[in-house]
Every structure is written in C-alpha cells, then in structure tokens.
Design a protein around this ligand. Sequence first.
Ligand code: SAH
Length: 477
Amino acid sequence: MALLFYVFFVILTLSMDYSAGGKHDMEKQLKKNDIIPLEISGMSHDGNGVGRFQDFVLFVPMTAPGDKILCHVVKVNHSFGYGRVMELLEPSPMRMENDCPAFRQCGGCSWRHIQYQEELRLKQQSVEQNLKKIALFSQPLQPILSCKEERYRNKAQYPIGKDEHGRVIVGFYARRSHRIIPCSDCKLQPEFFTVLCNVVKDWADRHQISVYNEKTGKGLLRHLYLRTAQKTGQTMVCVVATSGKLPHEEELCECLIQAEPSVRTVLINRNLENTNVILGKHNRILFGKGCIEDEICGVRIRISPQAFYQVNRDAAEKMYQLAAEYAQPKDTETLLDLYCGTGTIGLTMAKRVSRLIGVEVIGQAVEDAKDNARRNQIANAEFLCADAGKAAQHLANRGERPDIIVVDPPRKGCDDNTLDAIVKMSPQRLVYISCNSATLARDVAKLEQNGYHFVKGRPVDLFPRTTHVEAVVLLSR
Ligand code: SAH
C-alpha cells in the first residue's frame, strides 16, 4: 500500500503543471475535483484531518493523522481547501474499526474512527497548543481527565418524521441537514433510549399520528426528548408536538412505563413555532411530577425539561471536583460563581464557604438554582439574574471582594466588562472552566497582564467521540 501511495504521488505530482512550485502557483494549480494523494499530518480544532499538498492545506473529514489517502478535492479557497476520502490507501495506526452503522451519515460523532486513547492525546494537544499560541504558555497541563467513552449522555433529542413508505421514523438528523435517518442504537446514549424511541414509533404508526412538516408547519409530532438522571436512575420522556394534547396519549404513556421501568414522568411539550429550537414554552404533564432529580457531588439537582444540566453527569462530577480542588474553598470565604446556569458548580462548594453568589442570564435557570439551593438546605447562597459583566461590575462597585471566583462562560469566553470587574474585585483564586480553549487562552492572557498568574490547568473530556473538550485552569493573584 505504501508503495502504491508513492507511485500515485509521483505520477500525480509530475502530471500537474506548476511552473515555479511556489504557494501562489499551487493555488492556481489545485482545482476542485482534482484527485491527489495526501498524507494526513494533523487535526484541526473542529475534527477534520489536515494534510498539506505542497504548501496548500487541505481539510479532510473522517481521517486521522497518519492516514495516506487518495483525496478528492471538493473545495478550494484562497489558501486552503476541503477534500474527501476517495480511497484509504494506508490507514493510520490511530484508527479503530468504526462500530456504528450511522457514523458517516449522522452528525453526532466526529471521531468514531479514532481510538479513544489517541482522541485524548489529540484533545490534550489542542488545549495545550492554544494556550501556547495565544497565551504564550510553555508549562504543560496536567494529563486530561478521561471518562467512559460509550453511553455517557443523559439527554437525547430525536426528530420524528416519515420514511418514503410513510412509516414513522424517530432518528437523528444527517450531518448538516434536516434529513432524518432512523435511530440505529446510538453508542453515546443509554441502550434503553432506543427502546423508548421504538415505543413512540410503534404507537404513532399504530394510530397513524401525523408528523410535523417543517415546510408547511402542519402535522403533530416534532421531537422525542429524553433525559435520564444517571445517579438516581429516573427518566423523563417528553414528546414535543404542535399540540399540547395527543390522540391515544394515555396508551402511549402506559406503553412507555411498561417498556422502561425507570420512566418517572411523561410530558407533552407544545411547540408551534417554525424554529430549530426544540422545546416550546408549555409543558403538560401526563404522568409523574414533570421533572426528575439527579445528584452531583452530593447535591440534589432538579431537572425540568427546560433546565440546563450537563449531558455527561459522571464526567461533569469529576470536573466539578477538580474545580473545587483548584478553588480550595474555606469556611471564611466568599465564592462568586459567574455564568452559573442552574447553580451546580457553586452549590457543590457552598457548604465549604461562608457565602456564595451566583450570576446567570437566563431567568428560568436562576429560578432552578434558587430551588436547588432550597432543596439542599443551602442558606448561604444568593443568585442574580443578569449579564455576567454587568453583574460583576455592579458587585465590584458595591465593594464585594470575593476570595474565589469561578467562571464557566459559553464558547465566546468572558467579555472585557467581566474581566475588568474580576480584576477590580481581585479574588485570590480564579478558576476558569472553559469549553473553548482558544477564548480561554485569550482571556488568560488578558488576566496575566493584570496581575494574575497561571498556576495549573487540566483538560477534561466530557464529550468523547466529539471534538469538544473542556479545560479547568487555576489563576492566582
Ligand atoms: N456552570 C453551569 C453552566 C455553564 S454553561 C454548569 O456547569 O452547569 C454557561 C452558562 O452561561 C449558561 O447557563 C448560559 O445561560 C450562561 N450565560 C451565557 N451568557 C451569559 C452572560 N452574558 N451572562 C451571564 N450568564 C451567561
């Protein structure tokens, strides 16, 4: 195979006419639909293999560093392009046998073809590289915290549609499309989710229940939304439909409970909007309390359909433990938890500090946070519903001086308002939890210019088989 690759390479290289061989000549030469031999040498942050043809960079999905491929060039931009694998001439030693029949079509996993140990190595590398490139750090991070790489998710949202024979399908959207592919057993979800999908599918077929059509806005069933609490073993089934009432709904409810004893609540969520947002505002309870409860780091958390909850509970628990280990909370100290969601991180440390303040922009999440504090008899917590930057400025101006600040912002990181206010409040320890190491590095660099220094950091894998990776970093004043 190696020989074949080099023979291809030589023939193709000779047959392409580049006058001076420089980058700009290459750009002219490499065209859409060219077929070239390519060796994959690295990985982009969004999970594509990266290969260089002379100086020209090509991104090729579903490849691994070390692969030698015959690449079909599908798009050429100014300085880079995209390709697809026409033939895998020599597989990388990082590869593993793909074990999911839907892998090529489904948009869920990017890395089901790479061994998990290698995936962890790539994730560690990508966080370290961003910190090195953007924040100019040279210290290595602690080795990535891994987790169970299969069946780790506690939440799934299956679109409901019909196949070409008019039979109901409950499945997944194909990569970058709204075409529904049937739900073969997904290895990221618990096995019993597939059982629940089949119950809904059979019930809908039996009673000829209509499915929603995105173009016309007609039809009833939109999504099957499932959540399970991994610690307490309680499951929620929520059928998203264009009406809050469904024909034969009691029968559906009974079938679900019979098929899966962990089902504690069944709801119908009404969503009439022509939107990609899955849940509407209105829930109608068919069975149970309308919510389930989980436990993380010893704190009971109420999970309603709308509430944010980490999709990988077990790994999130390890990440919260790491955040607490970095934060070193003491019973005389005040902790400020910015971007707190339903309060989980702060609440898991609340009993070890004298006071907790949480800030979150979504009103419902703040209500959930307050409710979670009450349920756990945590009386030293206060939650503010506001933009993190504005609230932090307000707290700084009213003279708050928290000893510890934890931030867990969305992908775009913290804005300048937030960072300025943090510097003003000058906590002794700052724990930054990030789902995007590029913005983490940018923000850490800014904090370093303002009196903070990097103490330690560690990537945490919450989403095996996808390109997402979290990181926890401790900064000290
Ligand atoms: N720390 C929580 C949630 C982290 S996700 C947990 O581990 O469960 C990031 C959170 O930041 C989300 O809840 C999101 O609603 C919130 N958020 C996004 N932009 C914000 C802003 N400008 N101000 C405050 N919170 C914001």
